[in-house]
Design a protein around this ligand. Structure first.
Ligand code: SF4
Ligand code: SF4
Length: 336
């Protein structure tokens, strides 16, 4: 799951330490939402449907750093909303880098070029730019014309300024695998991104366009087409090989690891995961101790979890499996 070797080595060292300590539940990626406000209104978004007084809330830099320190995950994914409209985003990022956290700053990139000067390139920082297709499809998905061109301009400017950039793609119902494959070629070969992330969309109850979301069987069929021969393509997918296999219908036994990607939002620590908001805890410790983890995941029978194959639930499961079966995982990463 690493853009660079330093990150992969650091995450591997962290996981091995947890295993030596025999910790059964530990976080890998902190999902940090310092605000929910965005400058777009995508049809599949479940984050921006709150009233204005909630969208105006912001986590302070101190709250962000405290969350990172308390949970201890080596990777922090800063999402939202649109993090680049947070007035203290540069300070938040600088403080996380100081704490040696690997940061993915998730952005639609509308503001990326104009905000680059407030950041410094670092091995710890990667801009993760939302790209849901080539121009026509992307603009359709984000419900605004011209956004794809701005995202491409932002990526090129960030790369030229020495930053690491990854693309992040959410796959929805009705996706054309051939178009997505072209988009991945474009991102790798023309934009020269340092990595790509891809995940099926989750059916947020609050999202306005419910018809966009995938059922589990459809997800598997789509990903088999999208990822066919991805190693031969030279695509750098920032996921564990087992997660990519899971998306293509293998590892049916996998269940969700919701504590792998704990979420700190403007409301507190969200139960049980990034996708469902079924209550909030005031600390990470309280989240871990008071969430009824058995009530979530495929095996629980919870209808909200039955079609979910999202990375924030299953990447940690795949990483755990990777460390249990390193030889099989290496074979998966070679064969693609
Ligand atoms: S860019 Fe992201 S946060 Fe903003 S509306 Fe779209 S999906 Fe939601
Ligand atoms: S399967 Fe896991 S990640 Fe998906 S909705 Fe349920 S608890 Fe959340």
């Amino acid at each position: 799951m690493g853009v660079n070797f330093k990150q992969s080595a650091s995450v591997a060292g962290y996981v091995l330490k947890q295993r030596i300590l025999r910790r059964k539940k530990y976080p890998l990626v902190l999902m940090l939402e310092p605000l929910l406000r965005c400058n777009l209104a995508c049809g599949g978004c479940g984050k921006i449907q709150y009233p204005d007084h909630i969208l105006d809330k912001r986590l302070s830099p101190e709250e962000c750093w405290e969350a990172a320190e308390e949970c201890g995950a080596p990777v922090v994914s800063i999402a939202g909303g649109e993090p680049l409209i947070h007035p203290d985003i540069a300070e938040i990022v600088a403080g996380l880098i100081k704490r040696k956290k690997f940061i993915y700053l998730c952005t639609n990139a509308i503001l990326l070029e104009s905000k680059l000067s407030i950041f410094k390139p670092s091995k710890y920082l990667t801009f993760s730019v939302h790209l849901d297709g080539l121009e026509e499809r992307h603009d359709e998905m984000v419900c605004e014309k011209g956004v794809f061109k701005k995202a491409v301009k932002g990526i090129k400017a960030a790369k030229a300024a020495g930053f690491q950039v990854a693309s992040a793609t959410t796959v929805f119902h009705g996706e054309d695998p051939a178009e997505l494959r072209k988009m991945f070629d474009f991102a790798m070969n023309e934009l020269k991104v340092d990595g790509m992330m891809v995940s099926p969309g989750y059916s947020y109850e609050k999202a306005p366009h419910q018809e966009l979301f995938l059922q589990r069987k459809e997800t598997i069929e789509l990903f088999k087409e999208i990822l066919k021969g991805h190693k031969d393509k030279g695509w750098q997918l920032n996921h564990s090989p087992f997660f990519l296999e899971f998306l293509q219908g293998k590892h049916e036994e996998y269940d969700c690891t919701p504590w792998g990607n704990p979420t700190r939002t403007v409301f507190g620590w969200q139960k049980p995961c990034y996708l469902l908001g079924e209550g909030y805890a005031s600390s990470f410790k309280e989240l871990m101790e008071t969430t009824d983890w058995d009530a979530y995941g495929h095996k629980s029978g919870n209808p909200k979890c039955q079609n979910c194959m999202v990375h924030c639930g299953f990447e940690a499961t795949a990483v755990h499996d990777h460390f249990s079966r390193p030889a099989r995982s290496l074979a998966a990463s070679i064969s693609g």
